[in-house]
Design a protein around this ligand. Structure first.
Ligand code: ARG
Length: 439
């Protein structure tokens, strides 16, 4: 049963039917589709376009369809064009003629636009919850591990920091991600229901009523824009891409830190896998998969941007492609946020190895230069003096703080006994990051 069969002299080719059907993808919109239809029917009754009895019958049947889908007695399958056709066909099957009145003053174009906005808005709120969960895991792990570690630039040991400070950098990135998603929700929060196919309807309907019932701030201002706007999906997918970029950077660090070369952390067995040939291997697959899946989220964004770029107003069938891309990108970001949160809360921090790396890396060299500045040496000269101190230390396999005052004085007569206190790692942290407790 086609919604549009009347104008056709021939049956649709089977190949074409399969090619055109989006049911396998958009079946997850069943709840929003029914919710949108109920709001539409309530409005039609209010505007005297349906009788009270007709409205009640339709709403009751829509609710029974919803219940049957949720308890598994009605499976969303068959040769239906999409979820909208599926629901309408089942409605008419259940209540006959009255069911055929549901689509009064509505097009699938405003219907699908409404379903997708409702779905995207709800799911965006779920993404925010997942972000907050990961932020909590990071904050907890950070607090429990207020230990010194080397900070890096160019992946070369640079200056002393704390593991807490490093993890909290990701907390802050995620906080911006959270705000971005909230902002996207605010911008998308307008109802396209009532835009019709592209030009509204000659029936006297009440768009403000459906907007309110569906929880939107207001109806959209322009019909053509309302049915063909996919900005909100692109905006969310951009936000998801940035989230994935952050998760991928964190994954990269977890992979490095858990390597034999670093040994800064141990990823829990529950979030690692082994090798089929090398018995000793424990691989950080969860982190690698997050890093890898970042590519597909970027891919979905690029795909939908490309789909949209040449489309004339208003609706074009190309837009049906939005769902597969958005759903995949959404599912990926949710599962990655979730796995990352578990990986962070279960990982072990090997603070002794971090401390050792700090000690071996001349991470107080900048502070030796700062010390010389405090003794009246110009910074550029101090920088050069410390360079020669580092060469001396390398040649003698010593850390700067392990040199005798005599050795230090031979490298710069400005150095006094108070240098040791100045370049002590804990003292540096107390002055700088002010968060570490040396363990
Ligand atoms: N399945 C379609 C989509 O997702 C629904 C809208 C169909 N509209 C139409 N004019 N054929 O885009």
């Amino acid at each position: 049963m086609k919604l549009w069969g009347g104008r056709f002299r021939k049956e649709e080719n089977k190949l074409m039917e399969d090619f055109n059907s989006s049911l396998k993808v958009d079946k997850r919109l069943y709840f929003e589709d029914i919710k949108g239809s109920i709001a539409h029917v309530n409005m039609l009754v209010q505007c005297d376009l349906l009788t009270k009895k007709e409205g009640d019958d339709i709403v009751k049947s829509l609710l029974s369809i919803l219940e049957d889908i949720e308890n598994g007695t009605l499976r969303i399958e068959g040769s239906f064009e999409d979820i909208h056709s599926f629901v309408e066909a089942h409605l008419t099957e259940r209540i006959g003629e009255t069911g055929k009145k549901l689509h009064t003053a509505r097009s699938r174009n405003d219907q699908v636009a409404t379903d997708m906005r409702l779905y995207a808005k709800n799911k965006a709120l779920e993404v925010i919850e997942y972000i907050e969960d990961l932020q909590n895991s990071l904050e907890k792990k950070a607090k429990e591990n207020n230990v010194i570690m080397p900070g890096y630039t160019h992946l070369q040991r640079a200056q002393v920091i704390t593991f807490q400070h490093h993890l909290m950098a990701y907390y802050n990135m995620l906080d911006r991600d959270r705000k971005r998603v909230l902002k996207a929700i605010d911008i998308m929060n307008e109802s396209p229901l009532g835009c019709g196919a592209l030009a509204g309807t000659t029936h006297t309907i009440n768009r403000a009523m459906t907007a309110e019932e569906l929880g939107f701030a207001k109806p959209v201002d322009n019909f053509l824009d309302g049915v063909s706007d996919r900005d909100y999906l692109l905006e969310l997918m951009s936000d998801f891409s940035i989230i994935m970029m952050h998760l991928s950077r964190l994954s990269e660090e977890l992979i490095l830190w858990s390597s034999q070369e670093f040994k800064f952390i141990t990823i829990d067995d529950a979030y690692s896998t082994g090798s089929s040939i090398m018995p000793q291997k424990k691989n950080p697959d969860a982190a690698e998969l997050i890093r890898g899946k970042t590519g597909r989220v970027y891919g979905s964004l690029t795909s939908l941007l490309t789909t949209m770029k040449g489309l004339p107003l208003a609706y074009n069938k190309d837009m049906q492609e939005d769902k597969e891309q958005f759903f995949d990108s959404l599912d990926t970001v949710l599962s990655c946020l979730n796995i990352m949160s578990h990986m962070i809360s279960t990982m072990k921090v090997n603070s002794e190895n971090m401390k050792k790396a700090v000690k071996e890396g001349f991470l107080n060299a900048t502070e030796v230069a700062d010390y010389l500045v405090s003794k009246g040496v110009a910074f550029r000269d101090a920088h050069s003096i410390v360079g020669s101190i580092v060469i001396y230390c390398e040649d003698h396999h010593k850390a700067i703080e392990d040199l005798t005052l005599e050795e230090l004085k031979s490298l710069s007569p400005k150095i006094e006994d108070d240098l040791y206190e100045y370049i002590d790692y804990q003292n540096i942290l107390n002055k700088g990051i002010k968060v570490a407790l040396l363990k």
